[in-house]
Structure formats: structure tokens, C-alpha cells
Design a protein around this ligand. Structure first.
Ligand code: ADP
Length: 504
């Protein structure tokens, strides 16, 4: 653990391209133009690696939101996007993907500066992830349609019935700060592939890469008003988006707490809603595993992105026979995951996104200790030049009543418990209001399938964790969400089904 305290966490100098981007005037992207806010209020942008203010973004007013929604409404209603040949829409979305790829280095640096994640991680995870969503969804633009259906209660041939898939309309898309560009592309790609128009708001903590994406969207030839990017606070700008009468659909990724508020607020106008919310995902390690291979995988399942991942494997259940060895194996990864400044090329884990998040996570660790948990690894906030670092942390001697076991911490903190048999661990794993994801590590194929069937989670991983692929649907059971994103399910969330019945 000593090596962590000797790491130099001074942030590296930004590239000239990043400095130029940060020096831009804070503006909003509406109708493919950079426009001033109606009231000129801004939010500071901070580098979480040292807590320094490095720029400003607009804190959008109600008027700004209204202006963006009006632009999206007009672009939808006059058919300037959905009315194009699907081949052309596909080609434009593919062009956005190409431009993201060409700008990968700057985007990864901005993500590192803004969110705190290591630039190298952004290069291998966030940016390729964003590109894959755009490319996969682009292909659906030309492959939507409907079915011809025969009647059941009328004579065959007396009715011509068919369905048609149509875009839902104007979307309000609100995303969190943990994978900013990836989340923006994950939202925008299916919306515009389906023919919708959108207003997207990144999180107030991490708007930089989405603002850069706006440049690329215009450059790719997306018609004006189809994608509008506004920055601002959730309880003001986000709230206005959710309640706006001209918005047809809300897509939100964020906390369960805010997801519930949004779902209620969307009800009055019966907006279509998809929610991707929090989790407290269990990871089950069976006694047959090769611990040396599995322990680093389990560690990566919680420490990747500083544990600021909705699917983070934050509740470890290791079989009694391997419990100590798994914890020892995970502890050996401490120096790999030792937090470093986000532009340090040696880094695999950066600081947390903000002071608020740092204090929240440290508060949970302290609460865990007070409740009787023992610290197997980490548990501290390493010294730095004002950054928001938390050491990768393993807590043992916990029980299901503790807040560290029950609540989503959204930090690099895993709670470890022992189990003896499958039924017992399935019960413990399901003892949560969340149901986003779960992991199982075993070579026993029968045990894998039996447990996968018992776990109440939208995604179950076997011998891996947090493996996300745009072709595979993603979403939560229970309080972890509503609806599914990705794959054909993800496109469907942006479509209405129209049934046409013609008497012949
Ligand atoms: P986190 O806890 O990860 O910060 P939140 O759920 O608070 O996540 O925020 C995720 C996104 O939701 C952010 O873009 C934020 O601005 C937005 N948001 C927060 N509160 C509201 C709200 N009341 N209505 C709409 N959007 C909101």
C-alpha cells in the first residue's frame, strides 16, 4: 500500500487542442448553431485530478430548453430527417462515427480532464464504445418496417391489416457523468436511426466531450434541429426537458432516485420513458474456479472507472472454500488500480468525478467501518494535489443490514461475503431493490445455468463482468430501470407501432 502514497498525482499539461477547446465561449448547440444562453449563467468545469476550475459551460435556462425543444419539434414535424432516404440517414450516422474515430485522441483527453478517468481507459473503452453504438444503430435506419397480419375473427381476405414502425417524435435525453460521450452516443444513435429528433443534456459535471460531439454532428451533415445539445443543471434544465409538452419521449440514465422523479414527471403528458438506473450487482465466485485467473477479473468488475459504473460488481459472494484466496488475489491488484492523475499514462484508475462524489464514497466507507466492517484493502483517500482520489477498497465482515451492502456507493468499494450453497447465494444476491446485473464465476456449466436462472437481473455475466455489446439488450429488473436499450430492443424504444386496418 506504501507505493500508493508515493505516487505523484500532479496532473499533466493539457494538449494545445484541449486548451483551445476549453477556451471556447460557453454556448449551446441548437439548430446546428452555437448560440448564447438567454441569461448568461454558467457552471464551472473542474478537473477532478486536482480540483481546479478549467472552464465554464452554459447553465441552460427554461428559455434555452424551450428553444432547443422548438428546434427539435420543427425538425421532426417538417420531416427533414425521417423524410430522407434511409440510406442517406444511415450514411450520415456512419459519418458521425468516422468523425468520432478521427477525433478519438482529443475526445479521450477531454473525457480524462473532465471526468477523471485515465485517458488510456477512455481510448480503449469509451471512445470505441461510442463508435460501436453509432455504427450498429446506423444500420437499422434502413431496416425498419412492419408486418402484414391476417385477421382472426373476420373472414380471411376481408380485411387488410398491417403494422408500421414510426419514430416516436421529439426525444429528451438526459445522461450521467460516468461515461459521458459513450452515453451521449448510446442515446443519440438509436433515436436518430429510428427517425426521431432530440435534445440531449449531458451531466453538468461532464459536458465537454458532448459539446465536441456537437461539432462533429454538424460536420457529418445531420440536418439542423435533429440533434440539439444543451448543458445545465438537472433540477432546472433537465426538469424543464422532462415536463415539456412538446417532448414525446424521455430517455434517462442516472440514479434510481432521479429516475423515479423523472418517471412521475413524465406521466402527466404520458411521455414514453426508458430509464437505466442504479445497481448493486452481486458477483458470485464458485469453489471450482482458478482463483489466480478469476480474482483480477472480479477486481476489475468493481475498480474499472473507479467503480462509477451502474453495473459495478459491488457485492462479492465468494464460496467459503475460496473466500480468503479470492480476497488475497484481489488485494494483489492494488498497485495496478492505484489511483493516478487522469493524464498519467501509467494510470488504470483516476480520481472520482467530483468532491461531492468523493465525500459520499468516503462517507460510506466510514459508515461501513462504524458498523463493524473490516478493511481488507484501501479504505482511505490517498494524498494528492487537491484531487478527488479514493483507494480501491475491499470491506469484509459485513452483514446484509449495513448501508455499504444495501446501497449503491458508486465508487471503488466492494463488500465481500461468504456463502455455502447455490440456493443460499441466490437468495442473498436477490436481497436488494436493484436488478441491473450479476456475475457468476465458475467452470461448472450446470451451476452457471442454474444460478443464471435464479438471479433477478437484466444482465447476467458468466466468467466476465461488465462486458457490454451494443447488439445485446441492456436494462434493469426491479428498481434498476424501465425498458431496454441496445440491440433491436434499443431501436424499438424510439418507435411507435401503428396498426392500419382496411376493410376490403
Ligand atoms: P448521479 O447521481 O450519477 O449524479 P443523477 O441521476 O443525479 O446522477 O444525474 C444524472 C443526470 O440527470 C444528469 O444529467 C443530471 O443533470 C440529470 N438530473 C438530475 N436531476 C434531474 C431532474 N430532477 N430532472 C431531470 N434531470 C435531472
Amino acid at each position: 500500500m506504501n507505493e500508493m502514497t508515493t505516487i505523484d498525482r500532479t496532473q499533466r499539461e493539457y494538449s494545445q487542442a484541449a486548451k483551445d477547446f476549453l477556451a471556447r465561449k460557453p454556448q449551446l448547440f441548437i439548430n446546428n448553431e452555437w448560440v448564447d444562453s438567454s441569461h448568461g449563467q454558467t457552471i464551472d468545469v473542474e478537473d477532478p485530478s486536482n480540483g481546479k476550475v478549467i472552464g465554464q459551460i452554459v447553465d441552460a435556462s427554461d428559455k434555452d430548453v424551450d428553444r432547443a425543444v422548438a428546434a427539435a419539434r420543427a425538425a421532426f414535424d417538417d420531416n427533414r430527417w425521417y423524410g430522407l432516404a434511409p440510406m442517406e440517414r444511415e450514411r450520415i450516422i456512419l459519418r458521425i462515427a468516422d468523425l468520432v474515430e478521427q477525433n478519438a485522441d482529443l475526445l479521450a483527453e477531454l473525457e480524462a480532464i473532465d471526468n477523471g478517468k485515465p485517458k488510456g481507459m477512455a481510448m480503449v473503452a469509451d471512445i470505441p464504445g461510442a463508435i460501436s453504438h453509432l455504427r450498429f444503430m446506423a444500420g437499422w435506419a434502413g431496416k425498419t418496417g412492419g408486418q402484414t397480419l391476417h385477421p382472426y375473427t373476420r373472414p380471411t381476405g376481408s380485411i387488410f391489416g398491417y403494422t408500421s414502425k414510426e419514430p416516436v417524435g421529439v426525444c429528451a435525453q438526459i445522461v450521467p457523468w460516468n461515461f459521458p460521450l459513450l452515453m451521449a452516443c448510446l442515446k443519440i444513435a438509436p433515436a436518430i436511426a429510428a427517425g426521431c429528433t432530440t435534445v440531449l443534456k449531458p451531466a453538468e459535471q461532464t459536458s465537454l466531450t458532448t459539446l465536441k460531439l456537437a461539432d462533429l454532428i454538424a460536420e457529418a451533415g445531420v440536418p439542423a434541429g435533429v440533434v440539439n445539445i444543451i448543458t445545465g443543471n438537472g433540477h432546472t434544465a433537465g426538469d424543464r426537458m422532462v415536463k415539456h409538452p412538446d417532448v414525446d419521449k424521455i430517455a434517462f440514465t442516472g440514479s434510481t432516485e432521479i429516475g423515479k422523479i423523472i418517471n412521475k414527471n413524465a406521466t402527466d403528458t404520458m411521455k414514453r420513458v426508458t430509464l437505466e438506473l442504479g445497481g448493486k450487482s452481486p458477483v458470485v465466485v464458485m469453489p471450482d474456479v482458478n482463483v489466480e485467473e478469476v480474482a483480477p477479473g472480479v477486481a476489475s468488475g468493481i475498480f474499472f472507472n473507479s467503480g462509477q459504473v451502474c453495473v459495478a460488481g459491488s457485492r462479492l459472494y465468494a464460496h467459503r472454500d475460496v473466500f480468503d484466496d479470492v480476497l488475497e488475489g484481489m488485494s494483489k491488484t492494488a498497485s495496478f488500480w492505484a489511483p493516478r492523475a487522469s493524464l498519467d499514462p501509467e494510470g488504470h484508475m483516476g480520481p472520482l468525478v467530483s468532491k461531492e462524489q468523493h465525500d459520499r464514497v468516503m462517507g460510506y466507507i466510514e459508515a461501513g467501518k462504524r458498523d463493524g466492517a473490516s478493511v481488507v484493502m484501501g479504505g482511505d483517500a490517498p494524498t494528492s494535489d487537491g484531487g478527488y482520489y479514493v483507494s480501491p477498497t475491499i470491506l469484509a465482515d459485513v452483514n446484509p443490514q449495513m448501508s455499504v451492502v444495501r446501497e449503491e456507493i458508486f465508487g471503488p468499494v466492494v463488500v465481500a461475503q461468504r456463502f455455502d450453497d447455490l440456493d443460499e447465494v441466490a437468495k442473498s444476491a436477490n436481497d436488494t431493490c436493484f436488478g441491473l446485473a450479476a456475475g457468476i464465476w465458475t467452470r461448472d456449466v450446470a451451476a452457471m445455468h442454474k444460478l443464471a436462472a435464479k438471479l433477478k437481473a437484466g444482465t447476467v455475466w458468466g466468467n466476465c463482468h461488465a462486458m457490454i455489446d451494443v447488439a445485446l439488450p441492456f436494462g434493469g429488473f426491479k428498481e434498476s430501470g424501465l425498458g431496454r436499450e441496445q440491440g433491436l430492443h434499443g431501436l424499438d424504444a424510439y418507435q411507435e407501432t401503428k396498426t392500419v386496418i382496411i376493410q376490403l
